[in-house]
Design a binder for this molecule. Structure first.
Ligand SMILES: [Fe+2]
Length: 276
């Protein structure tokens, strides 16, 4: 099974830039690249920061951009999103009994769990008692799970970034739940950090993806300021085979030269012209 993981598209009011680039153009390129190269994907999953400042016209542009995509899409919200505005533009989008944008589905033999980690008017993530109960119920009811959310649910060694990870008081309960169900959770996927970060939490592997807009530059010493740059964007292709996972980072906007090389036995030789 193939999954496309896109994150932090930060769509603006059309015409407004975000960090010196047009996020609509970037997102359109990502979708076109995915449609051309990965039409066999089971899902495109976008893990939040759909809009840059939660504006209605940004969500309307998102709905329009997704209209003709030949791959089913699943949406999560992030700290730059406005839950009520998002739901007003996507009125049929599933929510849980408490109104959070929590939803889940079974694909193949795994439960895909899409967790809403947004707090009102804060960049930090939240995982309140109601959401804990929802996730606990989902995990207890399945044999295998794959969790998607916007925020990194743990500190990642970046002091400034960690200030807006899942808030400290909610990290323990999240970790406890992961620990309890670790044997059935195949992977945790998130966005928010605008960079590829990989590791394990309570024994469960996790991965984030770059943004389709600007990227963050990891600074393991800077205490307050997030650092970013207009480095190449990417999305991830996640290949799932049973409980095995392989993740490729796709630089969909690369316009530079592409070099090719053979892989046959006869190709193992320094080219004659290079040797001269
Ligand atoms: Fe973001």
């Amino acid at each position: 099974m193939k999954i496309i993981h896109i994150s932090d598209i930060h769509l603006t009011v059309p015409g407004e830039e975000m960090g010196g680039l047009d996020p609509h153009v970037r997102f359109a390129r990502a979708l076109a690249h995915a449609a051309e190269n990965h039409a066999d994907a089971a899902r495109v999953i976008i893990t939040g920061d759909l809009a840059h400042w939660g504006e209605r016209t940004a969500y309307e542009a998102l709905r329009k951009a997704l209209a003709d995509l030949p791959i089913p899409v699943r949406l999560l919200i992030g700290n730059h999103d406005d839950r009520s505005c998002f739901l007003s533009v996507f009125p049929d989008h599933p929510v849980d009994a408490n109104g959070f944008v929590n939803h889940a589905e079974t694909i193949g033999k795994a439960r895909f769990i899409y967790l809403d980690s947004v707090g009102e008017r804060t960049h930090a993530g939240h995982f309140c008692a109601a959401r804990r109960a929802w996730l606990a119920t989902e995990l207890a009811a399945c044999d295998r799970a794959r969790i998607f959310l916007h925020h990194n649910p743990m500190p990642v060694g970046l002091p400034a970034e960690d200030r807006i990870a899942l808030v400290a008081k909610d990290r323990g309960p999240f970790r406890d739940l992961i620990t309890e169900h670790a044997a059935r959770i195949d992977y945790i996927h998130f966005g928010h950090v605008h960079a590829p970060i990989h590791g394990r939490l309570a024994g469960v592997p996790f991965a984030s993806v770059p943004s389709t807009g600007n990227q963050s530059i990891p600074d393991l010493n800077e205490p307050d300021l997030l650092k970013g740059a207009p480095m190449d964007p990417a999305y991830a292709v996640v290949l799932i085979d049973g409980r095995d996972t392989t993740i490729h980072q796709i630089p969909f906007a690369w316009d530079g030269p592409v070099l090719t090389a053979g892989t046959g036995w006869e190709d193992w030789a320094k080219p004659v012209e290079a040797a001269e």
